[in-house]
Design a binder for this molecule. Structure first.
Ligand code: UDP
Length: 328
């Protein structure tokens, strides 16, 4: 299939690009490199541009006879979305709608969208099912929910076939160590812990240990980035005109902040000093997926079910790229 991967130079997008190529698809990447990395994608596949440039997008879709679009180009930090909602509404809503409009005009009918567990807000019950009410508690979650709704409306009116994949916590890196996670500034737990192990940070601050969880720290469902990419490929095969598919992507296993630190100690052999800090605003205590539907509908099961094996792949990437893509 001819696939346009929007945001393909980013963390999850670059892993999807690799997997699409390995599976024999014809891939083009559309990215403005605002947060993505040139070195994360093969140079001859990259088209630099803004999603709000609808004419350019339409031309790209037509010129390359694109049959399906995967959309990874969004901002995804809760704190940032609270402090600068404009950034999030412009990039995650306005730009995404521009992309959907270009697709409509170019008659591209297949769309795989990166959604998020943040659309559920603070769920009343875990594990979270797709039928769990979506009540976001921050602008990031709202922006993703707006696009899920727009997709449903486009499907009903224009025959778009889409999948909204609600990721839990993306983690790890390609096992060959060549692509991985590189954010500036870094705010995610596993990369930060591994930066401590590399001696780039003195210690880690644990954001609260007074949650209603077994060890008091927040519990998340860490899912390997290649497992996410795999779900995208499977979803692509499953898209049908006019039909929408909303799926949770997680392992179904919760891991606490303490358990992450412990796994990183085992994998790196570093003591990883830590200190206790206050809660981070907007952090739900426990987010764990019920991913039964993805299994039933797509036949998707995550390969990485042990947190240690996920951390091992991340460690390989961070060790070989201590400064991320700047090390390339
Ligand atoms: N966390 C932490 N210290 C850090 C970074 C994160 O204790 O320096 C915690 C955070 O409070 C959350 C978990 O680690 O409970 C995962 O956070 P991350 O930012 O990686 O992902 P999120 O769950 O926010 O998408």
């Amino acid at each position: 299939m001819n696939v346009l991967v929007v945001g393909g130079a980013g963390y999850i997008g670059s892993h999807a690009v690799r997997m699409l190529l390995d599976a024999g698809h014809k891939v083009h990447v559309f990215d403005n490199l605002s947060r993505g990395h040139r070195a994360a994608v093969p140079a001859d596949l990259l088209i630099e541009g803004e999603l709000t440039n609808r004419e350019l997008l339409q031309q790209v879709l037509v010129d390359h006879q694109i049959e399906a679009v995967m959309h990874f180009a969004a901002f995804a930090l809760v704190n940032e979305s609270v402090n600068d909602p404009s950034l999030y509404y412009q990039n995650n809503v306005v730009a995404a709608l521009s992309l959907m409009e270009a697709m409509r005009l170019a008659d591209v009918k297949k769309f795989v969208f990166s959604s998020t567990t943040a659309t559920y807000g603070e769920p009343e019950r875990v594990p979270i099912r797709e039928s769990t009410p979506q009540k976001p508690i921050n602008p990031y979650g709202f922006t993703k929910l707006v696009i899920e709704q727009a997709l449903a409306d486009y499907a009903a009116a224009y025959g778009l076939g889409y999948a909204a994949l609600r990721y839990f916590n993306a983690a790890g890196a390609h096992p060959d160590g060549s692509i991985g996670e590189d954010h500036d500034p870094e705010s995610h737990l596993i990369p930060i812990v591994l930066q401590v192990a590399l001696g780039q940070r003195e210690k880690l601050t644990v954001f609260g240990d007074d949650y209603q969880t077994p060890d008091g720290t927040c519990v998340r469902d860490y899912v390997h980035v290649n497992d996410l990419a795999d779900a995208h490929l499977k979803a692509l095969e499953h898209l049908r005109p006019g039909a929408g598919l909303c799926l949770n992507l997680g392992t179904g296993r919760g891991t606490s902040v303490r358990e992450i630190i412990e796994a990183c100690r085992v994998v790196t052999g570093h003591p990883i000093p830590e200190q206790m800090g206050p809660r981070r605003e907007g952090d739900p205590s426990e987010l764990v997926a019920d991913a039964t539907k993805a299994k039933e509908v797509l036949g998707w099961t995550p390969r990485y079910t042990e947190i240690q094996s996920i951390v091992e792949t991340a460690w390989r990437w961070h060790q070989s790229h201590p400064n991320g893509y700047a090390s390339v």
